[in-house]
Ligand binder design. Structure first.
Ligand code: SF4
Ligand code: SF4
Length: 85
């Protein structure tokens, strides 16, 4: 995308620019530990987490692997693993 000085991007760009390929580490949710509290959903900077049927689900098209969710989860239900591509 080419931007001129002072340009303002059109809305919705974060849907187009999938950030999942940035990952070095990938979060995995332990569904036995997760109680669907939504704290990870609140903290995720990429809005890549949904709570579905009281369990966190991660959209790997957009999750960039920052690990904030794993750090904030009070039940230690998210583990960061090395991404295998
Ligand atoms: S913060 Fe932890 S327990 Fe809460 S919804 Fe997220 S993964 Fe589940
Ligand atoms: S690793 Fe970062 S981007 Fe991915 S779901 Fe967790 S908080 Fe969101």
């Amino acid at each position: 995308m080419r931007l001129n000085a002072g340009a303002v991007c059109a809305g919705g760009g974060s849907y187009v620019n999938k950030t999942g390929h940035w990952r070095t580490f990938i979060p995995r949710v332990d569904t036995d530990k997760c109680n669907g509290c939504g704290i990870c959903y609140t903290y995720c900077p990429d809005s890549s987490i949904e709570i579905v049927e009281k369990t966190a689900q991660i959209d790997y098209d957009y999750c960039k692997g920052c690990g904030v969710c794993a750090h904030e989860c009070p039940r230690e239900a998210i583990a960061m693993e090395e991404e295998r591509k």
